[in-house]
Design a protein around this ligand. Structure first.
Ligand SMILES: NC(=O)C1=CN([C@@H]2O[C@H](COP(=O)(O)OP(=O)(O)OC[C@H]3O[C@@H](n4cnc5c(N)ncnc54)[C@H](O)[C@@H]3O)[C@@H](O)[C@H]2O)C=CC1
Ligand SMILES: CC(C)CC(=O)C(=O)O
Ligand SMILES: [Mg+2]
Length: 354
């Protein structure tokens, strides 16, 4: 397993270090793992003057899988747009063709009290959000800030999806739904946006190839509300880049914390980039208090999707569940009656449980 390690910025290095310790534990048991580290985002800008430099690109392209922390932070906010850390993240996703972003929102029963919803509303929650990751308003041209014909400054972005982009994410979502409970909800804003009206039309067409999957449609504003009203009505959600970005952060709180939500970003051959759904959390960076579990759970997803090692994925997930059952909590999921521990102590606990 050749794995590129991209710690990134903010809490990125702290949380990735804990996932690397899990990998090292598996390596010590005999798993053939090769790890190489490179910068992405602000760290890459500091070293190379680019958020996605050639050295990182070559490593990412040659690796079987990539483990990423997060990028960004206030130190980089004043850079020209093309140099900002977030552009480095968009660039690596596009460069590697990582169009399929899987964001599972699963409530560990031990965290029922940390969820923002009542225990009976979230008990047993297990939703898979399938977010398209290389199109939509995040990539559409034209984009920018200019002076318009009336002489006023205006900012603009373009929401676009080609038919092939919609078909490939739809296919992925239907296949995932087939392996789960055969229920797929496509989230759009087809009542207002032509781009997502087209999305809906293509979803309905692709559905003909999956007669065993029940396809439903929901407007994104309603979906945001339904996620906190009755999240268990959903099984698999498929949506575009921006709606998926927003809905997955929302769904994370149903599981207790944004620090619990892992992700896989896959290309057509299941080469993947694995990262927590959250950002670089500048407010807590460098304090050793971040929750590393989303990153460790992202490593479990890597074992499952890129390396087809369901045994290792399950082992890592069970180790996470064990530490939660033992009562260990980072600050974001702490409740009275549990033990508050640091980011690195959480890494210790997971390695011990493993
Ligand atoms: N994939 C990525 O690399 C992403 C990068 N970003 C970037 O990260 C920077 C900060 O963005 P924000 O909007 O503040 O979002 P954020 O996700 O970094 O933080 C939001 C809140 O959640 C908390 N949080 C996040 N991860 C946590 C963890 N593992 N444990 C405990 N608490 C955690 C933070 O402390 C903060 O209060 C920005 O530069 C943004 O562009 C944001 C989202 C994704
Ligand atoms: C920083 C953005 C480019 C990405 C983001 O928020 C995400 O992928 O969740
Ligand atoms: Mg996000």
């Amino acid at each position: 397993m050749k794995i590129a390690i991209l710690p990134g910025d903010g809490i990125g290095p702290e949380i990735v270090a804990q996932a690397v310790r899990v990998l090292e534990k598996l390596q010590a048991e005999g798993l053939q793992v090769e790890m190489e580290t490179a910068p992405l985002g602000g760290a890459a800008y500091d070293q190379y003057g680019e958020p996605y430099p050639e050295a990182t690109r070559q490593l990412a392209r040659s690796a079987d899988a990539i483990l990423l922390g997060a990028v960004g932070g206030p130190a980089y906010d004043a850079l020209p747009r093309e140099k900002r850390p977030e552009r480095g993240l968009l660039a690596i996703r596009k460069d590697l063709g990582l169009f399929g972003n899987l964001r599972p929102a699963i409530l560990y029963p031990e965290l029922a009290g940390a969820s923002t919803l009542k225990p009976e509303v979230v008990a047993g929650l297990d939703i898979m959000i399938v977010r398209e990751l290389t199109g939509d308003i995040y990539f559409g041209q034209p984009r920018g800030i200019h002076v318009n014909a009336a002489g006023e400054r205006e900012g603009f972005n373009t929401m676009r999806y080609s038919e092939s982009e919609i078909r490939r994410i739809a296919k992925l979502a239907f296949e995932i739904a087939q392996k789960r409970n055969r229920k797929l909800c496509s989230v759009d804003k087809a009542n207002v946006l032509e781009c997502t009206e087209f999305w809906k039309e293509i979803l309905i067409d692709v559905a003909k190839d999956y007669p065993d999957v029940e396809l439903s449609h929901m407007y994104v504003d309603n979906a945001a509300m339904q996620l906190v009203r009755n999240p268990k009505q959903f099984d698999v959600i498929v949506t575009g880049n921006i709606f998926g970005d927003i809905l997955s952060d929302e769904a994370s709180m149903l599981t207790g914390s944004i620090g619990m939500l892992p992700s896989a970003s896959l290309d057509a051959a299941n080469k993947g980039l694995y990262e927590p759904c959250h950002g670089s959390a500048p407010d807590i960076a460098g304090k050793n208090v971040a929750n590393p579990l989303a990153t460790i759970l992202s490593l479990a997803m890597m074992m499952r999707y890129t390396f087809a090692r369901e045994d290792l994925a399950t082992r890592i997930e069970q180790a996470v569940q064990t530490v939660l059952r033992q009562g260990y909590r980072t600050a974001d999921i702490f409740e009275p009656g549990t033990e508050r521990i640091s980011c690195s102590a959480m890494g210790d606990a997971v390695v011990a449980a493993l």
